[in-house]
Design a protein around this ligand. Structure first.
Ligand SMILES: Cc1ncc(COP(=O)(O)O)c(C=O)c1O
Length: 378
């Protein structure tokens, strides 16, 4: 089956005459547990919930695939209250005092801060290098965990996930990939050899800018058990209503992703033709230094692109003159959004750096709007 068919079918409830196609969310804290709790599939909502199970089944299917050896694998997914809760679960379940974690110096800012401010003071050593040119490869000796993010956010740098996973495994390290930007439909970290595929499903996966959630997917049942235990112990539990809305939203992921990635490509190509744009970063551009690797490991180049205007004034002018680029942080929604990234601090980007997330609007309207907003910066 093709992606759309597979995903849509995976979100349906069991066929029971007279029952709805989509079972509603299950709102419960405790469940009836007469006798031995081991005989009961659901006991208490911090550990499990039937609506999570349905969502995890669908995401697990998306994360499943084939390894480079040709061997098929079935992934399992665990859902979390946010993308950061999912990242924290991998750090918490894997890292112990004395361990070394290798990560990109330009990985998603909040994940870096969590490691720097909470894990490092507990005796975990952080080794960092940029994402581009597989720079982490030189830092792997004695490492416990290699954390990757490709494309990196917001710089859109690319690394070779298969090559780095192999090197990390040779060094005895586990590999986790923050796969938020591409989603499992755009890139399958587990098929490329990673041990954990981690994502904020707040973004493209659910795509309507109204939900906060994340997931971790694995191939190995032992790693699954560790992540599951972390979730139960820390209570990083997703609400059933969010899980249900997410299940509804992911059925349209193939449609949304296809359109938004096409739009991102067209916008990135257009930006490179404009004199106001000093540089544009999108892995789908043949001039991007990571294009060849991206082409090899991604099925879609993602909805996010970034570019640089002359300075803060030009970037602010561009954003204020546009009527179709909603100024907001985050990305991956059906609405095209953009922001001047330096206003948040934390990322090493120039003042005129704009991160844009292409939505699903008609490309002609977006290009017209971007043209007039760029003209206004002159
Ligand atoms: C790449 C990446 N990873 C993780 C996160 C964290 O996700 P959440 O905001 O759902 O906690 C984000 C959020 O922006 C992100 O961009």
């Amino acid at each position: 089956m093709r992606d759309s068919t597979k995903i849509i079918r995976s979100t349906l409830s069991r066929t029971v005459p007279g029952e709805p196609l989509h079972a509603g969310p299950v709102f419960a804290a405790p469940y009836h547990t007469p006798g031995d709790p081991a005989d009961t599939p659901y006991t208490y909502a911090r550990s499990h919930n039937p609506t999570w199970t349905a969502l995890e089944k669908a995401i697990g299917q998306m994360e499943s695939g084939q390894l480079a050896t040709g061997e098929s694998y079935q992934a399992t997914a665990l859902v979390f209250a946010s993308g950061m809760a999912a990242c924290a679960a991998v750090f918490g379940a894997v890292l112990r005092p004395g361990d070394v974690v290798v990560l990109p110096s330009n990985a998603y800012y909040t994940a870096r801060v969590l490691l720097q401010e909470y894990f490092a003071p507990m005796g975990i050593t952080l080794r960092m290098a940029p994402t581009a040119e597989n720079a982490q490869a030189k830092l792997l000796e004695g490492a416990r965990l290699l954390w990757l993010e490709s494309p990196s956010n917001p710089g859109m740098e690319i690394c070779d996930i298969a090559q780095l996973s192999e090197a990390a495994h040779r060094a005895g390290a586990l590999v986790a990939v923050d796969n938020t930007t591409p989603t499992p439909l755009g890139q399958l970290p587990l098929a490329l050899g990673a041990d954990f595929s981690v994502a904020s499903d707040t973004k493209s996966m659910t795509g309507h800018s109204d939900l906060l959630l994340g997931h971790v997917a694995v191939r190995d049942p032992e790693l699954r058990a560790k992540i599951d235990q972390w979730r139960t112990l820390t209570g990083a539990a997703l609400g059933p209503m969010e899980a249900w809305l997410a299940l509804r939203s992911i059925a349209t992921l193939p449609l949304r992703l296809e359109r938004s990635c096409e739009n991102a490509q067209r916008i990135a190509e257009f930006l490179t033709s404009r004199k106001e744009v000093t540089s544009a970063f999108y892995p789908g551009l043949p001039t991007h230094p990571g294009h060849a690797i991206a082409k090899k490991q991604m099925r879609y180049f993602g909805p996010v692109l970034s570019f640089v205007l002359q300075d803060k004034k030009s970037a602010d002018m561009f954003l204020s003159k546009s009527s179709l680029l909603t100024e907001a942080t985050s990305f991956g929604g059906v609405t095209t959004t953009a922001e001047r990234r330096a206003k948040w601090g934390g990322d090493a980007v120039p003042d005129g750096f704009i991160r844009m997330s292409a939505g699903c609007e008609a490309i002609e309207d977006l290009l017209e709007d971007i043209t007039q907003a760029l003209d206004a910066t002159q």
